[in-house]
Design a protein around this ligand. Structure first.
Ligand SMILES: *[C@@H]1O[C@H](CO)[C@@H](O)[C@H](O)[C@H]1NC(C)=O
Ligand SMILES: *[C@@H]1O[C@H](CO)[C@@H](O)[C@H](O)[C@H]1NC(C)=O
Length: 502
């Protein structure tokens, strides 16, 4: 009620002031500031100032965008998602020339994990596999982020990998089934002699067991053929060995197969992982077969992950699915809990009673053979609108049971020799490191109906705790140095121990 007469007066003033304002600008301005009149000069000035600031902002933004898209991609180098390999718009650009930012680049490369962008399902991008090989990579799903690269391996290379696996020998990877229908999987998993176990652990076949070889076997989830307790037993034995390596004789002393603990128990709440296949592990480091070595380098070039991460990851797992063989849907990696620790960095962590789990940032799967019928890789919930663990088992339908429900999966891929799949088992944490487990990465192998399916898995192990990953890498580097100069390494250690005691 008070306002309306005031407004009227102001409006009147506005009109009536038009003429006198030229004569007494000062007075009228002050008057209008006080009343915040829409027609005042002060208001005009304020609007103009805002307008200019706005224009400047727009120009600054345009400049920022311009430099951000410029060659070198340096501005976005601090671990943002845009520093992923996909950011250079498909073209396989060479690495930016070294500059004053090199140090910073190196830093951010150590502490950030490049990640492809999917854009949309069906999107095709060119990727570089080193030595001027470029391939087409097609996005198959966004949840999980899954890509297909045809012709990643030649047929000849696939044949070599299969032969190497056969030479090494494959072992059953039957995992205990929880359903009462399958009794046969309760038989003892393996009956290997000590020599055989030694030979299987000896990845580079030099007749000695190095620590790294044992550590690379410490996978406690799927495909483990030595329990964590046995591995720990061997590791403790190795630590007491002054040479730092185990010969077969040492190994016999250290490892007692009769004391082999009963099969590992898994978490009570989780469904048992069921599978039937044969598998083996192939070492890919220096001195390994050149096809295996090249394969790993190709994985490193493609993913652009820091090379220590690729080098310290698990060996190549080769799996053979014969008629009727399958694996139920599962995750390759594990959600992180305070009470779990990554198997691969366990050395650098707390050895007390934590549960070991596999921590695998991404999976690269290589089809080493084509299958005549069946044997598809299924992603039951790929790009589903929502995901609920409870919805997986509903109305008597278990979507993880590939023997029964393979046909109902959202995405099924027929194995084609030489084709590679790449998917991320984890989301990004938003700061360039590995975040939560991507539940959508659930996948399994449908039963083979005709033919034999050979595939290989290359996993990149990353600890969600990047400090722990860092500690582990430093530890391995130290040990590496120690094996070349054992004496120098052990002396200072005992010295410091002595000082501690005194
Ligand atoms: C290891 O774990 C125990 C108990 O869980 C804890 O008391 C100890 O501080 C931990 N040590 C390190 C180095 O984290
Ligand atoms: C897949 O999405 C549908 C539709 O949102 C939903 O009803 C169903 O429960 C989802 N499946 C799973 C396994 O979450």
């Amino acid at each position: 009620m008070e306002d309306s007469p005031e407004n009227l007066i102001e409006e009147e003033e506005c009109d009536s002031d038009e003429k006198p304002r030229y004569n007494t600008p000062f007075r009228s301005t002050r008057l209008h500031i006080q009343r915040s009149n829409v027609c005042s000069r002060a208001y005009f000035v304020v609007v103009m100032v805002f307008f200019h600031v706005y224009i400047l902002n727009v120009i600054a933004l345009l400049l920022y965008v311009h430099y951000n898209n410029g060659p070198g991609d340096l501005v976005s180098g601090d671990g943002g998602s845009s520093s992923g390999p996909a950011s250079d718009s498909g073209a396989s650009l060479p690495h930016p020339a070294p500059s004053s930012r090199e140090l910073h680049e190196e830093y951010s490369q150590t502490f950030s994990l490049p990640r492809f962008e999917g854009i949309r399902v069906g999107h095709v991008q060119q990727v570089s596999l080193g030595s001027d090989r470029t391939h087409e990579m097609k996005t198959l799903s966004l949840k999980p982020l899954l890509f297909e690269i045809p012709g990643f391996l030649s047929e000849e290379e696939c044949r070599v990998v299969v032969q190497l696996a056969q030479l090494k020998g494959l072992m059953d990877s039957q995992a205990a089934a929880s359903s009462p229908g399958q009794v046969e999987s309760n038989q003892p998993l393996l009956s290997l002699s000590t020599e055989e176990i030694f030979s299987l652990l000896d990845l580079n076949q030099d007749g000695l067991l190095q620590k790294q070889e044992i550590v690379s076997h410490s996978r406690s989830r799927d495909g483990t053929w030595l329990s964590p307790d046995s591995l720990r037993q061997i590791l403790t034995g190795l630590d007491t060995c002054p040479t730092g390596v185990l010969t077969l004789a040492d190994f016999r002393r250290v490892y007692d197969p009769s004391s082999r603990p009963e099969k590992q128990k898994k978490g009570k709440t989780h469904r048992q992982f069921k599978q039937r296949s044969k598998h083996t592990w192939l070492y890919q480091g220096p001195g390994s077969h050149h096809v295996l070595y090249t394969l790993r380098n190709r994985v490193a070039s493609l993913t652009r992950l820091p090379s220590p991460l690729v080098e310290l990851s698990e060996p190549l797992q080769v799996i053979c699915f014969e008629h009727g063989d399958f694996s139920n849907a599962h995750h390759d990696s594990s959600p992180s809990h305070p009470e779990t620790t990554c198997a691969h960095t366990r050395l650098a962590g707390n050895l007390s009673s934590l549960t070991e789990v596999s921590c695998r940032y991404l999976t690269m799967l290589f089809y080493l053979s084509s299958v005549e019928e069946g044997g598809e890789t299924t992603f039951p919930v790929a790009d589903n609108r929502t995901y609920e663990e409870q919805a997986l088992v509903q109305d008597g339908v278990d979507l993880t049971d590939t023997q029964e429900t393979c046909g109902r999966g959202n995405l099924r891929l027929k194995p084609t020799v030489g084709t590679a799949l790449l998917w991320y088992n984890h989301l990004s944490d938003g700061r360039g490191w590995m975040g939560e487990l991507d539940e959508y990465s659930l996948h399994g192998d449908c039963p083979v109906r005709r033919g034999v399916k050979w595939l290989a898995n290359s996993w990149i192990n990353v600890d969600p705790d990047h400090l722990q990953q860092e500690r582990y890498q430093r530890l391995v580097a130290e040990r590496h140095r120690a094996t070349s100069g054992m004496e120098e390494h052990y002396r200072p250690l005992s010295h410091s121990d002595l000082h501690q005691d005194l």
